[in-house]
Design a binder for this molecule. Structure first.
Ligand SMILES: [Zn+2]
Length: 331
């Protein structure tokens, strides 16, 4: 029936003179502006845009999808799913995390418990890891690769039995000088004026296989990679189509240097020291944060909040169980 009416209407419209068509168009625009709200999200199950408001559920706006008949709320499949904290609080936790503030600082500032901020922060960090796996930016143009080392940390728990040293006090140095087993390697790559990558796979300097695991799908064909003598970097040439140059064998030092990646290392160490270490098991979650927060500008916050806090078909739901067990570094 409705289709019949639509056919008749279309026939009538096609016979209208131009002038009347213009009037009709304006009438239709104002009619639809009042009837269709563009504020409604698309359905997180089928991406349909025929969504109507359907009252409230647990204090949240509920929606009904005319496409698949399912209902959802404003937090379904988002990072806020199953959370009692409102969006405003989530945005503040995300902002503080990106700025490098301590969990205790955020908890005090927002008047919520340390445990609650801890869970929110780690859900956010896991979502950042997820975003980087899904659509992580690639290094291209001229990029610098190098490693940096941080002291391991068993923050918040007893030293495991395989650790032979005594527990370190805050700010203490390693027992042995130079690279010892107390250090953990963070492999890093930075594009000059571009993105940054940081990941830990081992305590020691990376092998060809480990570099492949980190950078294998994160370097664009034709990229010039600068590095500092470690032979294993050359293995990336074959797999990614980049060309690798050792800065020690080049003479033009104002181009062949690792200043950019060294700057990223200073950024990581600054954050790491401010946190008084990061529990080693969480290091890759923080590496993902360091990559995102380096060269971070305030205008990115809106994009990040949109990706994680707005209803969409991509599931951003991370549970407290994930926080306990997902993406832990075991080395
Ligand atoms: Zn639907």
């Amino acid at each position: 029936m409705a289709t019949n009416t639509l056919i008749k209407l279309t026939n009538l419209i096609s016979k209208l003179p131009d002038e009347d068509l213009n009037t009709l168009y304006e009438m239709a625009c104002s009619f639809f502006a009042g009837h269709l709200s563009t504020d409604n999200p698309n359905c997180p199950y089928c991406n349909c845009s025929h969504i109507v408001k359907n009252g409230h559920k647990c204090g949240k706006q509920e929606y009904f999808c005319k496409g698949c008949g399912k209902t959802f709320v404003s937090t379904t499949k988002t990072l806020m799913a199953n959370s009692h904290q409102p969006r405003e609080v989530w945005e503040e936790v995300i902002k503080d995390t990106l700025s490098g503030d301590a969990i205790s600082f955020t908890a005090k500032r927002l008047g919520i418990s340390h445990d609650c901020v801890f869970n929110m922060r780690h859900k956010f960090l896991l979502a950042v890891c997820q975003l980087q796996t899904e659509n992580g930016e690639c290094l291209s143009d001229v990029s610098e690769l190098d490693e940096t080392f941080v002291l391991d940390s068993y923050k918040g728990r007893k030293l495991p039995s395989f650790v032979v040293r005594k527990a370190r006090k805050h700010g203490a140095k390693a027992e042995k000088r130079g690279i010892s087993k107390e250090y953990i390697c963070i492999c890093t790559g930075v594009q000059r004026k571009g993105c940054a990558i940081a990941k830990t796979v081992n305590r020691a300097k990376p092998s060809s296989k480990e570099l492949q695991e980190i950078f294998g799908n994160r370097i664009e064909n034709g990229t010039l990679i600068l590095c500092d003598g470690l032979k294993s970097y050359h293995s990336l040439e074959k797999s990614t189509g980049c060309s690798v140059k050792d800065i020690n064998t080049e003479t033009v030092k104002d181009f062949y240097n690792l200043n950019t990646v060294n700057n990223f290392h200073s950024f990581i160490k600054g954050r790491y020291e401010f946190y008084r270490g990061v529990a080693t098991k969480y290091l890759n979650r923080y590496n993902a944060l360091f990559s995102l927060a380096y060269r971070y500008t305030a205008d990115k916050i809106e994009w990040i909040c949109h990706q994680l806090l707005d209803v969409s078909c991509s599931s951003r739901h991370i549970s407290c169980k994930d926080v306990k067990s997902s993406g832990l570094l075991v080395i």
